[in-house]
Design a binder for this molecule. Structure first.
Ligand SMILES: Nc1nc2c(ncn2[C@@H]2O[C@H](COP(=O)(O)OP(=O)(O)O)[C@@H](O)[C@H]2O)c(=O)[nH]1
Ligand SMILES: [Mg+2]
Length: 194
């Protein structure tokens, strides 16, 4: 599973606030591969409790500059942990399609790769203006779009994001959420375990 979205949209927060329930629901062994955890501290207890193993990418963008290292990381965690599910958090600007292409180079059993794109409800209009192209790439690659931080955005702004996604031709699932307040995370977990 790929959790994509721009820097600060809440990818890490989203992963950490849902992974426990994903594991409880599916009983799957999960490995998270991230580029960096930013300013979010990883709770060692949570890791231990769910038997999680975390591999941090050394630096840079896993889909572009670290293509082979990314693959190497996938191989390493696969060999070491035999996970049932790998969650990948690429850097913000990454086109998830590149990650999926890279994953296809991996020789080993790979099931379905699903892509979740986290969008910041507050900053969406700004990002659409400034980063239209990478934003469109992300939207095109998305199976599910999570409009995050609705605790900070007025309902009208959230509707506006939905309308924008509509006009960009996105026809799949959109969930308005707050990763920190926990709003609609049940629905996110549902979509993740599908
Ligand atoms: N208000 C609010 N802040 C959030 C939410 N989700 C994440 N954040 C904050 O946004 C910042 C960036 O989150 P992070 O998960 O590191 O984003 P990432 O760069 O996409 O991984 C952090 O300060 C989070 O606490 C949310 O639903 N509501
Ligand atoms: Mg992050």
């Amino acid at each position: 599973m790929v959790v994509s979205g721009f820097l600060g949209s809440g990818k890490t927060t989203m992963i950490l606030s849902t992974v426990g329930r994903v594991i409880e629901t599916t009983k799957k062994k999960v490995v998270i591969i991230v580029n960096d955890f930013g300013d979010i501290g990883i709770d060692g207890k949570l890791m231990e409790k769910y038997g999680l193993s975390v591999t941090e990418m050394p630096s840079g963008c896993i889909c572009c500059t670290l293509g082979s290292d990314f693959l190497e990381t996938v191989r390493t965690v696969s060999d070491k942990f035999s996970p049932d599910l790998i969650i990948v958090e690429p850097t913000g600007i990454a086109d998830p399609a590149n990650i999926i292409d890279t994953m296809k180079l991996y020789r080993g059993p790979i099931g379905v790769i699903r892509t979740f794109v986290v969008a910041d409800a507050v900053r969406f209009p700004l990002i659409m203006k400034a980063l239209g192209k990478p934003l469109k790439n992300q939207i095109n690659a998305a199976d599910v779009i999570l409009i995050n931080k609705i605790d900070e955005a007025p309902a009208a702004a959230v509707d506006e994001v939905r309308a924008n996604l509509d006009s960009l031709g996105f026809k799949k699932k959109v969930i308005a959420v707050s990763a920190t307040a926990g709003t609609n995370l049940d629905e996110v977990v549902q979509a993740m375990v599908m």
